[in-house]
Design a protein around this ligand. Structure first.
Ligand code: PEP
Ligand code: MG
Length: 757
């Protein structure tokens, strides 16, 4: 059975469109189950009817023309009950409804299984037989299993087929593809697919006569690519901070004779291979190695290596790399967008990015955020070859791409863009006003930073300091651990720019989904493994260098605060304090006059919530990392889209935990802020205000929205809302209550960027 199942699924996956996929399903299932009929009904979302889509055994002429209401007939019953129905006398069943023109009246036995994908009934798979008999358990289990396995394939085929005119017109409009939110904002423009003219896998294996000539030719091509990259780097330097432009150095190093270039030359010489096949061999073997790595950051490097390989190949094939003319704004789409591809489009024409592969860890997402380009990453199943020249919508808030948008939806997004511009203009006026309630209760808004580009935006938005400097970001962009001096420079710039406002620098928080290319951490359960403070306490040499760099950067300023990530008990805090004191004493002995900064603890592991009193005896302040706290309290991987429905900072347990932290900190007289994504949600911000948090720290873009919300509310009103919310026991009720009670004092883009279709 397993083998048959596997074959059917493979064959269906290879089908070009929904109809061919369904045709394969019905004929293969009929064959495998030795029945007389197999048919598929698919739910049409527009009419909410079950359409008779494909059959082997009934009248094929009726395909796509007949349908049942969602609760009609046995097929409707299967869909409604969401469970299989197996009958030996179908016509005796009260729900039986014979579908005219199909010829099904000749068949007495009926078995149907629902096709369910992510809780949604996509349709029903039916087998029928003329002789009255009940299908046995094995047959039932086969049908249920195949329906479950095919659900994903059908869902993917539906969206792919929907892009093109297709005989069942109802699937054509507003096709939504889900990825992850790479950079916020929305854009409406034409899609342009960027691809390389050459294909590494298609390079034929050839030997070569004149080795010397071939090596020279290869060296020339390498040099040309090197010059192209240097030109791109120059273009980028004008647009982005130095630190991010350093990504291009990584590319240039890869091209170095002593790195990949050398390996290729060796292959040409030793194996007497022509340059193209030597290049393809070497590059593809590196790509495969990178792709097999478990570490997300390292896997991204495969994209960079392939990009370089393709650029060289284009020269070797004496084909110019593809050049597009960009007269109109475009949304750039690629199988694997890379940082260098961004440079191919003039900045004023680049309004959106969509990448099939990659995550928000990818270089391209980091750059997109710093360049303010709405971006969606990791849109698996996106049929990109069909999107070139199509009008698209990129929703970088929710991580959605919409193709074939109806006029209505397109207008909604255009209106939203206008509204967003107006709101942003209006919000700009708030820049120099304090964040306080109508009755003058102050709530300072701080910013989360990591890149230098964040700094400029933070100041423009009126941030009152840095609540979280993610120090791992400069580490992620480097090719090795940055030296003490390099780190000191980066930290000093931050401290100076914000002076005299406070800057809270978190010590290196790697592990989980953040792994350094030059310090890979390979684990079965990385979020429950060697993360944050656990890594740095095991590597005091890394921790001490970082702390010394921070302390040195603080000399003569004094606005530094140090924050420790992933603390799960007092032991880790004590060890960290000891190391910080040691670094400080050493610097004092060296004659440096630098004060000991305030040292705080992130509350992001549930155990820390229950040890607040003990931690408060040793720490100067607290900051709640609601991203991880939500993940660990709810046992929901923050990066897993399958369980993302369950991940919510409105879960009563998350809100109660935050409230406990705020109360305990107050009792101990220690300041407490919150720096996870929840702090940047204007509605949740009202709750945190009422809980007694002393400050909120968020991405710069959220500051005006949160400020506008707080300035519209009175403190006692916020308290009333919090009390009501704390008495509710489920997430949905809490969200509904907040929506009802806060909607009136907010404007759409403040509340939620835009609600997806
Ligand atoms: C958090 O966990 O809420 C947090 C701010 O840290 P990070 O998102 O960097 O893990
Ligand atoms: Mg965290």
């Amino acid at each position: 059975m397993l083998e048959t199942l596997r074959h059917i699924v493979q064959e269906v996956s290879a089908a070009e469109d929904v109809q061919s996929a369904l045709d394969v399903i019905v004929s293969r299932v009929k064959e495998a189950m030795k029945t007389e009929v197999c048919s598929v009904y698919l739910r049409d979302k527009n009419s909410d009817r079950l359409v008779f889509m494909a059959t082997d055994g009934l009248n094929k002429q009726a395909e796509g023309r007949l349908s049942l209401a969602k609760d009609q007939g046995l097929v409707g019953l299967v869909a409604k009950r969401e469970e299989p129905i197996n009958l030996d006398h179908a016509s005796d069943h009260p729900a039986y409804k014979y579908l005219p023109d199909t010829g099904e009246e000749a068949f007495e036995s009926f078995m149907g299984s629902p096709i369910i994908h992510h809780r949604e009934v996509l349709g029903v798979l039916v087998v029928q037989q003329s002789k009255s008999r009940k299908f046995d358990e094995l047959e039932e289990s086969f049908l249920v299993t195949i329906a479950a396995q095919l659900a994903g394939v059908i869902a993917a085929a539906q969206v792919t087929g929907a892009i093109q005119p297709f005989k069942h017109a109802s699937f054509q409009k507003n096709i939504q593809f889900k990825g992850s939110a790479g950079a916020p904002g929305v854009s409406v423009a034409t899609g342009v697919v960027i691809h390389h003219a050459s294909d590494l896998q298609a390079v034929p294996d050839k030997s070569c006569e004149n080795i010397e000539e071939e090596v020279d030719f290869f060296r020339d091509c390498l040099e040309q690519v090197r010059q192209d990259i240097a030109r791109l780097q120059e273009k980028f330097v004008k647009r982005i901070a130095k630190q991010e432009a350093a990504l291009f150095n990584v590319y240039l190093q890869m091209l170095d004779d002593s790195a990949i270039g050398d390996e290729i030359i060796k292959k040409i010489v030793e194996d007497r291979r022509c340059a193209q096949s030597a290049l393809a061999d070497v590059i593809m073997s590196h790509v495969r190695n990178f792709e097999l790595m478990d570490d997300a950051y390292l896997r991204e490097r495969a994209v960079d290596v392939k990009d370089m390989g393709l650029r060289i190949l284009a020269y070797l094939q004496e084909a110019e790399p593809t050049k597009h003319e960009y007269d109109e704004p475009v949304i750039l789409i690629g199988e694997e967008l890379t940082a260098s591809m961004l440079g191919e489009v003039p900045r004023d024409k680049l309004v959106g990015l969509v990448s099939v592969k990659g995550s928000n860890n990818s270089h391209v997402a980091i750059l997109a955020r710093s360049m303010n380009i709405p971006t969606v990453m990791g849109v698996e199943g996106l049929p990109i070859h069909k999107l070139n020249g199509l009008p698209l919508i990129v929703d970088g808030y929710h991580g959605h791409v919409i193709a074939n948008a109806s006029d209505n939806i397109r207008q909604r997004y255009l209106d939203f863009q206008e509204e967003e511009k107006l709101v942003n203009k209006g919000l700009e006026l708030l820049r120099d006003l304090p964040c306080e309630t109508l009755d003058k209760y102050r709530l300072p808004l701080l910013v989360n930073t990591g890149l230098m580009t964040d700094v400029m935006r933070s100041l423009e938005q009126g941030a009152e300091g840095v609540g979280l400097f993610r120090s791992e970001i400069p580490f992620l962009l480097n090719d090795g651990f940055p030296s003490e001096e390099e780190q000191r420079d980066i930290y000093r710039t931050h401290l100076e720019v914000f002076y005299p406002r406070p800057v809270t620098m978190r010590s290196l928080d790697i592990g989980g989904d953040k792994s350094l290319p030059y310090f890979p951490i390979k684990e079965e359960n990385p979020f429950l493994g060697w993360r944050g403070i656990r890594v740095t306490l095991d590597h005091p040499e890394i921790f001490l260098v970082q702390i010394r760099a921070m302390l040195k950067a603080n000399e003569g300023l004094g606005n530094l605060q140090i924050l420790l990530p992933m603390i799960s008990g007092v032991g880790e805090l004590e060890e960290s304090l000891e190391l910080i004191h040691r670094a400080h004493n050493e610097l004092l002995l060296d004659g440096l006059e630098t004060p000991l900064p305030k040292i705080g603890v992130m509350i992001e592991v549930p155990s820390a919530v229950y040890q607040m009193r003990d931690l408060a005896k040793r720490a100067d302040f607290f900051s709640v990392g609601s991203n991880d706290l939500t993940q660990y309290l709810l046992a929901v991987d923050r990066n897993n889209s399958r369980v993302s429905r369950l991940y919510s900072h409105y879960h009563p347990a998350v809100l109660r935990a935050c409230y406990i932290v705020a109360q305990e900190a107050k009792k101990a007289g220690k300041p407490v802020s919150i720096c996870g994504e929840a702090a940047g949600d204007p509605i949740a911000a009202v709750l945190f205000l009422a809980m007694g948090f002393d400050a909120l720290s968020m991405g710069a873009a959220n500051i005006p929205r949160v400020k506008s919300m707080i300035r519209f509310i009175e403190y006692p009103h916020a308290k009333k809302i919090l009390n009501a919310v704390l008495s509710l026991d489920n997430t949905q009720d809490i969200e509904d209550y907040l929506h009802r009670n806060l909607h009136d004092i907010s404007i759409t883009p403040v509340l939620k960027p835009i609600s997806p279709m």
